[in-house]
Design a binder for this molecule. Structure first.
Ligand SMILES: Nc1ncnc2c1ncn2[C@@H]1O[C@H](COP(=O)(O)OP(=O)(O)OP(=O)(O)O)[C@@H](O)[C@H]1O
Ligand SMILES: O=C(O)C1=C[C@@H](O)[C@@H](O)[C@H](O)C1
Ligand SMILES: [Mg+2]
Length: 179
């Protein structure tokens, strides 16, 4: 049990952080914030354009600043981007004031969901499967170490996953009102 004022979703691209997160926030009465979407609102540019103009380093710097700002708040469900856990500063922020849920997904399922996706610059490569596999090797242990709870939504619809995860969180997450 990690009492915390916010709920945080981490996990690989296509795990459902955005889509399950939106429904889960409504079910739990939390304000939904999607980090990628917030960065797009603030910059007025889509994620691929931010990568193009500022490089991945520029995107990561913006992501880190946003996470630090968001984690000062409470009562939020924060859907992170897939690479948000890479920076130690982000991990400290997320774990410090968040109950962290790792949404798990297989590479096969990622391919099904993201095969034709053009909004994720890291997947703008010839061999998506190889890229997703190497990211899974690199990032899997980081997601596992940071998480208070792991949830596998493979084979579940977004609605059912949100419902089941919501029920689990009612038992496992002690929501605090910490300032
Ligand atoms: N459980 C699910 N069942 C069916 N489709 C899903 C499920 N979860 C996600 N999807 C679909 O997969 C796609 C990617 O999901 P989503 O954008 O929620 O992933 P994400 O974890 O937020 O990824 P990213 O790290 O890139 O932000 C969307 O089209 C979404 O509708
Ligand atoms: O896995 C990643 O590194 C990323 C995932 C997306 O959510 C975006 O944050 C961006 O495309 C990078
Ligand atoms: Mg997302």
């Amino acid at each position: 049990m990690n009492p915390a004022p916010n709920l945080v979703l981490i996990g690989p691209m296509g795990a459902g952080k955005t889509s399950i997160g939106k429904r889960l926030a409504a079910r739990l009465g939390l304000a939904f914030v999607d980090c990628d979407h917030r960065l797009e609102e603030v910059t007025g540019a889509a994620v691929p354009l931010i990568f193009e103009c500022e490089g991945e380093a520029g995107f990561r710097a913006r992501e880190t600043a946003l996470i630090a700002e968001l984690m000062r708040g409470r009562g939020q469900l924060i859907a992170t981007g897939g690479g948000a856990v890479l920076a130690e500063a982000n991990r400290k922020q997320l774990a410090g004031r968040g109950f962290v849920v790792h949404l798990q997904v297989s590479v096969a399922q990622q391919i099904e969901r993201l095969g034709r996706d053009r909004s994720r610059p890291l997947l703008a490569v010839g061999d998506k499967r190889a890229k997703l596999e190497s990211l899974a090797v690199e990032r899997g242990p980081i997601y596992r170490d940071l998480a208070d709870l792991a949830f596998d939504a493979d084979g579940l619809t977004v609605a059912i996953a949100a419902e089941r995860l919501g029920a689990l969180l009612e038992q496992r997450w002690q929501r605090t009102e910490a300032a």
